[in-house]
Design a protein around this ligand. Structure first.
Ligand SMILES: *[C@@H]1O[C@H](CO)[C@@H](O)[C@H](O)[C@H]1NC(C)=O
Ligand SMILES: *[C@@H]1O[C@H](CO)[C@@H](O)[C@H](O)[C@H]1NC(C)=O
Length: 364
């Protein structure tokens, strides 16, 4: 599909999302006053907090953070990038401004092992009483660990798609990459009716979704479907999708989706959508460069911190409820850990000096 046809199709999809949901109360019946999501976001950013260590690893960038905060401790998993390739690292800290001195545990030292592993998502899967780390390794992979504080216990990778890249992705990926896997489960009590969903992106304008029952998870992932697509502009629906359950929200704001996109002048920012269900239609919330979820236009920097990045790139809301429902309380100001980069850095993509930083939500 091209140009106006694609736009019309998208408009129809979104219009359909708003109106064609007979099973739900009409929007006029939904008490949105109790919904905690704002229609626009504002943030204040720290300077760069965490970068590569001066060690023999010669890492160029620390990227793609996933983070949970438990009893005051931030637990962060992130990608380590350099020209030679990717792996991952774990560290923890209690004081944000001392994060840079937290020791690194490189996850290739664990059974999780050497080789291409990147873009982690961490969560606690309650039915198994295990932490899961979901990441890309050419497939959609996971490792498990009973103790988030002991990174040496992460198991060897297993994959969600034992037959390799699903056909729908193969058919639509073009010259993109299959990246940024994300798991989120619903709250249904019956484990045979509850669904766990696996999202991924292709750097080609498509967001994919598979599902399996919570009873079967992590096995039994279905062939993916497209959850969202942009046929007009792949850079508007790029990668780094996160889906959260919005604590206490009703109607079509029960779930929020954020996806990373490019600004017109080539920097990164996040767009957002909401839905009444994880497999539902995604309705724009703050989804433009002018009114983003998080981007150059709605982020200021802390006093004394220079504007060191123009990209608010791949990152994650700091979750204090780490279970598989990915629940976030949007009624309190969020913290969002992201990767930023010196806009003047000139080098090949894998060697860019990405650093981790935090944006904190400003509320009116
Ligand atoms: C922080 O990580 C180290 C490993 O680098 C681990 O030994 C320690 O227990 C962790 N601390 C907490 C509070 O989880
Ligand atoms: C779920 O399905 C399995 C297999 O059919 C069955 O053994 C189990 O009892 C079911 N669990 C519940 C809670 O219904």
């Amino acid at each position: 599909m091209r140009s106006s046809a694609a736009l019309a199709a998208l408009a129809a999809l979104w219009a359909g999302a708003v109106t064609a949901m007979p099973a739900l109360p009409r929007s006029s019946d939904v008490d949105t006053s109790s919904n905690p999501l704002p229609s626009s976001f504002k943030w204040v950013s720290t300077g760069p907090l965490v970068g590569p260590k001066a060690d023999d690893r010669n890492i160029a960038g620390i990227k793609d953070p996933t983070v949970v905060k438990i009893d005051g401790t931030y637990h962060v998993f992130a990608s380590t990038a350099k020209s030679e390739g990717y792996n991952m690292v774990y560290f923890n800290f209690t004081d944000l401004y001392s994060a840079g001195s937290a020791p690194f545990y490189y996850l290739d030292q664990a059974p999780l092992g050497y080789g291409y592993r990147a873009a982690p998502q961490v969560f606690y899967f309650e039915p198994h009483k295990l932490w899961y780390l979901v990441y890309q390794n050419g497939n959609a992979a996971y490792s498990t660990n009973p103790d988030i504080s002991d990174p040496s216990k992460w198991t060897a990778p297993e994959v969600f798609y034992p037959n390799g890249m699903p056909k729908i992705i193969e058919d639509n990926i073009g010259d993109g990459y299959w990246v940024d896997m994300w798991v989120v489960c619903d709250e249904e009590e019956d484990p045979n009716k509850s669904l766990c969903h696996l999202f991924s992106s292709d750097d080609n304008g498509h967001l994919y979704r598979s599902e399996t029952t919570r009873a079967q998870f992590p096995r039994g992932m279905s062939q993916p479907v497209m959850a969202l697509r942009d046929d007009e502009n792949k850079y508007a629906l790029w990668e780094a999708a996160c889906i959260y359950r919005v604590k206490g929200a009703t109607g079509n704001q029960k779930y929020i989706l954020i996806v990373e996109a490019f600004t017109a002048d080539g920097h990164r920012y996040f767009r957002s959508w909401t839905s009444s269900s994880i497999d539902g239609e995604w309705i724009p919330l703050a989804d433009t460069e002018a009114n983003p979820f998080a981007g150059e236009r709605n982020v200021v920097f802390e006093e004394g911190v220079e504007k060191w990045t123009r990209s608010i790139s791949h990152g994650e809301v700091v979750r204090t409820e780490p279970d598989q429902t990915l629940t976030v309380d949007f009624s309190v100001p969020l913290e969002f850990m992201y990767q930023g980069v010196d806009p003047n850095a000139q080098t090949e993509y894998n060697a860019l000096p990405w650093r981790l930083a935090m944006i904190k939500q400003l509320r009116d």
